[in-house]
Write a protein that binds this ligand. Structure first.
Ligand code: GDP
Ligand code: MN
Length: 382
């Protein structure tokens, strides 16, 4: 799970990484109230999961209420690289003396953590990596040894950190705790600034949490609630489906994550592209099938549906009854190709006979069904 800046800063604070106190605002009134409580000047920052907000106009300074209103009006509701801004984070503006870059990630190839530090912060780090790779210190950390004083000294030295270096060990130590104890896959601070009072403060926060560790972090619930989801993904999650939107034209419904993945592959193999990944999960009764059809039928990209079911514990006759019942309540905009195999497949096919038409097509193998769905989608868009 990726965190927005304000969530990332909340996460940082738990582990002692210094940040500024701030407030979240969703309207002009809330922004005004927040800024007055915090004290001017403030910085107003768009909360969306994209980088380069500064350059794109999503970060503005305001020294009084009038400037704040201008900034909040400009940023709230703006489209930032395809994301609509619904929230701004407001914090007291920092007087910046220097901007550094710091990050911790897992270097899978090396099987070690990777600490990166640069004195060229505040700018696009990929750009620095391209034009001036020597400006980024890269130091590996063995997870068994942890972050040693040697590693820190090496990073500070290589990166040429001057001002604020005396605070670096403490800040890096806190960031390392956030990364390890906090079960993050990535923590990135750009910029980590030296304020005019000499303190080091994380002015930005980019954090990716390791979803596999969610079970031991009940505090992540709050982040989850605010997670940005494609509206169809939100509906699907609320109805217990495992759905991910993609950009092709074949709507996929399968039972089991493995089969759903295989279905995507087969569709690709026969020249089509999936509009989504959808795993019905364990049951595939009328209710689940209706939910799945609802979600997918509402996707304007979908030109044909491919329902691919393998009955193991789930029986094909139950699935077939589910499909028949779902078709009573969901209007099909496009043809649906069904492939049922496994437990009680024959009974399932018998039940489907009642609904087979030029819109509901039954195929017996995964490949022929995929081919048929791709053909139907082509015909629909021709
Ligand atoms: P990003 O562009 O999405 O990475 O957003 P950042 O949070 O990194 O902000 C972009 C830039 O805005 C920073 O590199 C700073 O130069 C500037 N900025 C952010 N907060 C402050 C602040 O409190 N005071 C000042 N003077 N500049 C700030
Ligand atoms: Mn940044």
């Amino acid at each position: 799970m990726d965190l927005k800046e304000y969530q990332g800063k909340d996460f940082f604070r738990r582990y002692g990484v210094p940040t500024s106190e701030g407030r979240l605002a969703r309207s002009l009134e809330e922004a005004d109230e927040a800024a007055r409580a915090l004290g001017f000047p403030v910085v107003v920052k768009a909360q969306v999961l994209v980088g380069g907000r500064g350059k794109a106009g999503g970060v503005r300074l305001a020294s009084d209420a009038a400037e704040l209103a201008d900034a909040a009006r400009a940023i709230l509701g703006m489209d930032l690289k395809g994301h609509t801004v619904n929230e701004v984070w407001i914090e007291p503006a920092s007087q910046i003396r220097h901007e550094y870059y710091v990050s911790l990630t897992l270097d899978r190839a090396a099987r070690l953590y990777l600490l990166m530090v640069s004195s060229k912060g505040g700018v696009d780090i990929e750009e620095v990596a391209r034009t001036d790779p020597g400006a980024i210190a890269r130091v590996h950390i063995d997870p068994i040894d942890g972050l040693s004083g040697d590693v820190i000294a090496q990073a500070i030295e290589q990166a040429g950190i001057g001002e604020g270096r005396e605070h670096m060990p403490e800040v890096l130590g806190a960031l390392y705790r956030a990364f390890t104890e906090g079960d993050a896959d990535l923590v990135e601070v750009n910029p980590l600034v030296v304020r005019d009072d000499g303190q080091l403060v994380a002015l930005d926060a980019k954090v990716t949490l390791d979803d596999s560790a969610a079970f031991r972090h009940p505090e992540w619930q709050a982040y989850r609630a605010d997670e940005e989801l494609d509206s169809r993904e939100a509906i699907a999650r609320a109805r217990g489906l495992n759905y991910i939107g993609l950009d092709g034209s074949i709507g996929i419904i399968a039972n089991g994550a493995g089969l759903a993945m295989a279905t995507l592959d087969v569709v690709q193999q026969v020249g089509g592209r999936a509009a989504n990944f959808l795993d019905l999960g364990g049951g595939a009764g009328a209710e689940t099938m209706t939910a799945a059809l609802d979600v997918i039928a509402g996707d304007p990209k979908v030109q044909a549906l491919f329902v691919n079911i393998f009955g193991g514990i789930t029986r094909c006759d139950d699935v077939a009854r589910g499909i028949v019942a779902a078709l009573d309540s969901v209007e099909l905009r496009c043809p649906m190709v069904v492939r049922l195999d496994g437990t009680n497949a024959r009974e399932g096919h018998e039940i489907l006979k009642g609904v087979v038409s030029d819109r509901v097509i039954v195929e017996t193998t995964m490949v022929t069904a995929a081919q048929r769905a791709v053909e139907e989608a082509r015909r629909a868009s021709a």
